[in-house]
Design a protein around this ligand. Structure first.
Ligand code: SPD
Length: 357
């Protein structure tokens, strides 16, 4: 019996030592430039060739994972047990993640390429002095519509979508703030409205839109619209830019009642194990030639001023996707409305989706 106890103690101690050593090794990797980083990004949001180029240049291997909403990304990072070194949240999510202590401050001395970012995208209110985040892509929320399928008609307003002529013709992006926001904007309320009566009114109005909604979808929205499976899509501008280049009948409009102006940014989450490698990756993506390649591949608008020189003029001169700031001054950036209110938006969105079934 004594021998058994001794044997058990020896095995237990060896296991504890091994666990301790592996944890120390993991930590050291973060400081000693270990050769792996895990990048957590939106789906369809990077040119895969850039990942290969980064690996070749630095010898750092990239493990790449994707998410489809800020909410899913934040929940995963907050719950822990992951080792994401770089993530790409939108502005209101950054503000919330900061509040919850989920971000590591950036070392700007390791990001020399930050100088190429257009100052209009720096030092924004959700992250003063870019202490935790640097710009990746930016854009608007709007409506893609197919002129041919609409018999030559144009769309100019959110309220156009409630027309009886559009039965089963609308695809919606699967985003709580985008869809609830569309309901709010159609009633001329703010996208950051926290008045529950207004939010209920918006939900009720959205319920009335349901006969026109064909599906609420993720990245496949692009393929469905390009293949003319529906005449209308509520989308992020970059997705519109990509599909418009594939189908001449498509156009994109930011509705006249107003809409969302958004900024996606690279951050280092608290889960990071390789902070040095994370800075190298961020700096690589800020390189103007890489930023231009990325923008051309994914279709989204780059905030990198120098990258614009490497992009075709027909892209950078397209005011639908590179609008002057004067013309979009009326658009709203989502605010961090606080845990409870964000949960309420999600709840309303889920109810709206369930109503479909
Ligand atoms: N397929 C990539 C989509 C990324 C879009 N981010 C939009 C931010 C919305 N707040």
């Amino acid at each position: 019996m004594r021998r058994l106890v001794q044997w058990f103690l020896a095995v237990f101690t060896a296991a504890m030592v091994l666990l301790y050593l592996s944890e120390r090794l993991n930590e050291m990797e973060g400081y000693a430039g270990g050769n792996t980083i895990t990048v957590y990004n939106w789906g369809d949001y990077i040119d895969p060739k850039l990942i290969q180029a980064f690996e070749k240049k630095t010898g750092i291997k990239v493990i790449y994972q994707t998410f489809d909403s800020n909410e899913a990304m934040m929940a995963k990072i907050a719950q822990g047990g992951t080792t994401f070194d770089v993530a790409v949240p939108s502005e209101y999510a950054i503000s919330k993640m900061k509040e919850e202590g989920l971000l590591v401050p950036l070392d700007h001395s390791k990001l020399p390429n930050l100088k190429y970012i257009d100052p209009r995208f720096l030092n924004l209110s959700f992250d003063p002095n870019n202490r935790y985040s640097v710009p990746y892509f930016w854009g608007t929320v709007g409506i893609v519509y197919n002129r041919k399928m609409l018999g030559g008609k144009s769309i100019t307003s959110w309220n156009d979508l409630w027309s009886r002529d559009l039965r089963n013709q609308i695809l919606l992006v699967d985003g709580a703030r985008e869809v609830i926001g569309m309901g709010l904007n159609s009633l001329h309320y703010s996208l950051n409205d926290t008045n529950k009566a207004h939010l209920q009114q918006a939900k009720k109005k959205l319920d009335a839109l349901m006969p026109n909604v064909k599906a609420i979808v993720g990245d496949e929205i692009k393929l469905l619209l390009a293949n003319e499976e529906a005449a209308i899509g509520v989308v992020w501008s970059g997705d519109a830019a990509e599909i418009i280049s594939e189908n001449d009948h498509l156009d994109y409009v930011v509705p006249k009642e107003g809409s969302n102006l958004w900024f996606d940014n690279m951050v280092i989450p608290k889960t990071a194990k390789n902070i040095k490698g994370a800075h190298e990756f961020i700096n690589f993506m800020l390189d103007p030639k890489n930023a231009a390649k990325n923008a051309e591949y994914v279709g989204y608008s780059t905030p990198n001023k120098k990258a614009l020189d490497y992009l075709p003029k027909e892209i950078t001169n397209d005011k639908r996707f590179y609008p002057d700031f004067d013309s979009i001054g009326h658009l709203e950036v989502y605010k961090n409305l606080g845990k409870r209110m964000l949960a309420y938006y999600n709840e309303l969105f889920l109810e709206f989706k369930m109503h479909r079934k």
